[in-house]
Design a protein. Structure first.
Ligand code: C5P
Ligand code: MG
Length: 169
């Protein structure tokens, strides 16, 4: 029996002037960035929750509480790498990840390839297993008004040694 599991992640952070805008480990040049205890990388946080969710390992706050001074200003790819290692320890490998960053501006599409490569590196998979999409909120709500940014992610895991994709039996 083939074991395929999916996990969902979501995150939101406020925008703040003078903070770095870090998405999937890539710093996007911008006069504002994301507020948060760590480096506030919403995309890495959503992906981390998706990996943890697929393996039913709780959520990011359980593993990396924002009250812990160790995670202050931390590179959030550390969280993603750790989640992947926990899933691997249960025998899972990452099949693919898909994600969306919702931010009114700046335009992010020129950073897509760099972001995909950073995430792929953290997850130790090929970049073609990593999809990153961008959307505005069409000026609606807190994201559309330029007060926050959101990220959504979905991850598929496969338990090693449990192929094929569709059970022939
Ligand atoms: O939100 P909307 O559908 O208008 O976005 C159109 C396209 O603009 C997206 O598919 C994406 O390629 C790009 N985009 C971007 N950076 C953003 C938002 C959207 O590059 N912050
Ligand atoms: Mg977060």
């Amino acid at each position: 029996m083939s074991e395929i599991r999916t996990g969902l992640g979501w995150d939101v952070h406020r925008l703040a002037p003078g903070r770095p805008l870090i998405l999937g480990g890539v710093t996007v040049p911008c006069e504002f960035g994301l507020e948060g205890h760590s480096d506030a990388d919403i995309l890495a946080h959503a992906l981390t929750d998706a990996v943890l969710g697929a393996a039913a390992l709780g959520d990011i706050g359980m593993h990396f509480p924002d009250s812990d001074p160790r995670w202050k200003g931390c590179d959030s790819l550390v969280f993603l790498r750790h989640a992947k290692e926990l899933a691997e320890a249960l025998g899972y490998r990452i099949v693919n990840v898909d994600s969306t960053v919702i931010l009114e501006q700046p335009k992010l599409k020129d950073y897509r390839q760099a972001i995909r490569e950073r995430i792929a590196e953290a997850l130790a998979v090929e970049p073609d297993r990593v999809s990153v999409k961008f959307k505005t909120a069409e000026k609606l709500g807190p994201v559309g008004e330029g007060r926050s940014a959101e990220a959504q992610a979905i991850v598929t895991l496969q338990k090693l040694g449990t192929g094929p994709w569709i059970d022939a039996a």
